[in-house]
Design a protein around this ligand. Structure first.
Ligand code: MIC
Ligand code: SF4
Length: 639
């Protein structure tokens, strides 16, 4: 039977289940990656499993998110991560080396392999023909211990690309077009598979921009074929021997097909405060701009920064704008330095930041009050930049440079000649900041005082009762549940402390109230928990006593994280009932042995409404055991 490309890679890694949409499947994982902000928990969890060495083909630990060293806490976390990597056989990418997804793409990605990463933008490697999925740290820890990764088999949506991009339209505009069509929840339980004649006009870094930001549609992952251009990219990295050709069969059937004529794609921009709030750049021309940030795992490749250098060359950044550049890897920076293009960027007046996530997650460069900030990043949720009143727009490097030069949003097509960006046949490879685990690890893993043991929880009782602690609207992100930024993220290894920040910008009294009331329920709208994979957004509410979240629908990674930590994820059987529940209502639920259809009593209103526990048997057994850690520990430590 003919297969899509995604089905081919999944079939080769199928450890359990039937490859039919909606069925539970277990996938064998070849590569894992973690980054510092989700990694410390992931490794505390991995350590608790008692497995002496990782069982994957390759596991990588990156330090790229919270690299500020204002005090001992981040530095201690980095040291802990380095020790753990050496002890368990994990490649360690030192702080300053660059962003996990960009580096994995350059140095480690392999067509036809699977990758599980404790970061929602892990699908970046789909640009290399990998099935690359973002997950909570505990799922990644289990994969390092050799467990399959379990998920619902998504349907495969084809995205047919025809034609070729016109000057000043770029890969970022393609994915913004996809987001305009699908919205931030249109990809949930889907894989977006790109095919068609337009594919061969896009280089691997351009494809990776598209698969990276496919995450914002809620898709499980996105994938491109591995073809001649994939070979060219791998050869430029000195890895030609890792290439294999991979594509869908001609007769492959997609559940749906979205068609995009690349020639019709125009420069686009996502307006505050959602990546799917997309308009043509020409529609918002003239908006004054205060800050422009270029970088992030979406747009920090050599291709992108060469384009930036060419557009900035011999020009000057507007006095009204602060322009920051963070390249995705030391390799990118080394190549720009050697070619002289870094000097062009510096001469134009850009501020060069460390290679890493930086402003993307509010680690420095918070904009001024009410500033307009144009970013080449992938998320513009309110407050994520570190400034609650900032207006963050998402756009391509081309549009970002145009805004930096002009001091206001302008259509980049007005910049004049379109530079031709040529990628070198062989890049300068810069591997000096990797530490490979080739020596036996002597001594102890060092833990700073801010690294606290993982909390443990009893199995969930058959009856849940408590108050509705908070009622939210649609598309609540994990940034809303537990914000990023340098202050909160430095508490990532300390659950009691980080729990004080749950919903802090939403309702500053939440954590105290939750504790005082002995926990309770959260009520959410559609797509609850979109965005970041951080499992803290499930674990910290659990620590505060949250027993269940009742929502209209959930985002995939957050749903898995809730189950992993024993918070019951329920959906309204009839979405209309959402309107009848209010903050402060007292709810009571008999779990009935974790039946699918349950009845929630609302004592405040003497009413009842139906809730659905839409989980597989495996997920139910995790919930019963009090979460996944308890279950995996029972398998590895107690046997
Ligand atoms: C993000 O872009 O939101 C993050 C920060 O990279 C997160 C991970 C985290 O919360 O540490 C993600 O995308 O999963
Ligand atoms: Fe880092 Fe931003 Fe990418 Fe997340 S989205 S991995 S914070 S660069």
């Amino acid at each position: 039977m003919s297969k899509t490309l995604a089905e081919k890679v999944i079939a080769q890694h199928l450890a359990e289940g039937k490859m039919e949409p909606g069925e539970q499947i277990g996938l064998k994982i070849d590569h894992t990656l973690t980054q510092d902000s989700t990694g410390t928990l992931a490794y505390l969890e991995f350590e608790a499993m008692g497995v002496p060495r990782v069982k994957t083909k390759l596991s990588l630990s990156f330090v790229d998110h919270n690299m500020l060293q204002n005090d001992f806490r981040n530095a201690d976390d980095h040291r802990y991560l380095q020790d753990v990597a050496a002890k368990y056989g994990i490649v360690f990418s030192r702080p300053g080396n660059g962003i996990c997804h960009q580096i994995h793409l350059e140095r480690f990605s392999r067509p036809g392999y699977t990758l599980l990463g404790s970061d929602s933008h892990t699908p970046t490697a789909g640009g290399m023909g990998m099935i690359a999925i973002g997950a909570g740290g505990l799922d990644v820890a289990a994969a390092m211990a050799g467990e399959p990764f379990y998920l619902e088999m998504p349907s495969i949506m084809g995205v047919k690309l025809t034609g070729a991009l016109s000057p000043f339209a770029s890969a970022k505009d393609v994915i913004l077009e996809v987001l305009r069509k699908l919205s931030v929840k249109g990809g949930v339980n889907r894989i977006l598979e790109y095919f068609g004649s337009g594919v061969k006009t896009l280089s691997v870094p351009e494809r990776a921009t598209i698969t990276n930001m496919g995450t914002e549609t809620g898709a499980t992952t996105s994938i491109f074929p591995s073809d001649g251009l994939t070979y060219t990219f791998l050869r430029s990295q000195g890895r030609a021997d890792e290439w294999v050709e991979l594509m869908a069969d001609e007769e492959a059937k997609y559940s749906e097909v979205l068609e995009i004529d690349l020639g019709e794609v125009e420069p686009l921009i996502a307006l505050p405060h959602s990546p799917d709030n997309v308009k043509a750049v020409s529609e918002v021309e003239g908006t004054p701009v205060d800050q422009v940030c270029i970088g992030s795992c979406t747009n920090s490749s050599l291709r992108d920064l060469k384009m930036v250098a060419a557009l900035l060359n011999d020009k000057k950044v507007s006095d009204k704008v602060s322009l920051t550049i963070s390249s995705g890897s030391r390799q990118v920076l080394a190549n720009l330095a050697a070619s002289g293009e870094l000097a062009d960027i510096i001469r134009a007046g850009a501020r060069i930041l460390e290679n890493g996530c930086g402003p993307c997650i509010g680690i420095g460069q918070a904009p001024q009050t009410e500033a307009v900030s144009i970013r080449t990043f992938n998320r513009n949720f309110k407050g994520r930049s570190g400034t609650q009143s900032a207006q963050v727009y998402l756009a391509s490097p081309e549009t970002a440079v145009a805004a930096a030069l002009q001091g206001e949003i302008i259509d980049p097509r007005k910049l004049g000649d379109y530079p031709e960006v040529k990628l070198p046949e062989k890049v300068i490879v810069e591997d000096s900041m990797f530490i490979f685990p080739d020596k036996p690890f002597m001594g102890e893993v060092r833990r700073g005082p801010n690294i606290k043991p993982l909390p443990s929880f009893p199995p969930i009782p058959d009856k849940l009762a408590g108050e509705v602690l908070l009622k939210t609207g649609d598309n609540i992100s994990t940034d809303d549940i537990l914000p990023g930024g340098s202050e909160v993220m430095s508490l990532r290894s300390n659950i009691p402390e980080i729990s004080k920040h749950v919903f802090c910008y939403f309702d500053s009294s939440f954590s105290n109230r939750a504790l005082a009331k002995g926990g309770g329920f959260i009520v959410g709208g559609e797509n609850y928990g979109q965005g970041s994979s951080r499992e803290h957004a499930a674990l910290a509410p659990k620590y505060l006593g949250v027993k269940a979240v009742i929502a209209k629908s959930f985002a995939r990674i957050h749903l898995a994280n809730l189950v992993n930590f024993g918070v019951v994820p329920l959906t309204f059987t009839d979405k209309q009932d959402y309107t009848n529940v209010a903050q402060g209502d007292m709810l009571e639920l008999n779990m009935n042995g974790l039946q699918r259809n349950l009845c929630m009593k609302n004592a405040a209103k003497s009413e009842e409404f139906g809730v659905t526990l839409d989980l597989s048997d495996r997920e139910k057994s995790l919930l019963k055991a009090g979460g996944k850690l308890a279950a995996v520990k029972a398998k590895y430590v107690e046997n």
